[in-house]
Design a protein around this ligand. Structure first.
Ligand code: HEC
Length: 117
């Protein structure tokens, strides 16, 4: 049987090689009249892999908002998923960890995401 990392590591490398340069090609401008969570989403790497209304590498934020609508503890759980990285809920492509982002910034983005349903 293949071990989990043998599937996860190549997927991670594929994301690193193909998706991350896209961020450099498509700089999204944050505007001051947008919600703070949306501005932070655009200033960080989230925008490389996530769109509001369609899947890119990761799930669309509207799908995330629908999945966790009304769930207790969803904010804390999702902050941890973004901070530590996550795989397996939406498929076998992993989200990389974000150890240098503050919990407060991640929480602001997550609360904005959950408002998009
Ligand atoms: C390299 C691509 C990539 C980047 C960059 C990225 N994500 Fe993700 N994200 C993913 C993938 C893939 C998943 C699905 C993970 C899974 O199936 O558990 C995901 C899942 C999520 C989820 C849902 C997690 C769950 O448990 O259901 C949230 C919320 C999220 N991302 C927010 C963010 C935020 C906020 C940022 C920026 C700070 C970010 N992502 C950056 C790829 C990415």
């Amino acid at each position: 049987m293949r071990r989990r990392w043998q599937r996860v590591v190549p997927a991670f490398l594929a994301v690193a090689v193909f998706a991350l340069p896209l961020a450099a090609l498509m700089p999204a401008k944050a505007r001051a009249d947008e919600p703070l969570g949306e501005q932070l989403y655009k200033k960080n790497d989230c925008v490389t892999c996530h769109a509001i209304d369609h899947q890119i590498v990761g799930p669309s934020y509207q799908d995330v908002a629908k999945k966790y609508a009304g769930q207790k503890g969803a904010v804390d759980m999702l902050v941890k998923a973004v901070k530590d990285g996550h795989v397996g809920t939406w498929g076998m492509v992993p989200m990389p960890p974000h150890p240098t982002m503050s919990d407060a910034d991640i929480k602001t983005i997550v609360e904005w995401i959950l408002s998009l349903k």
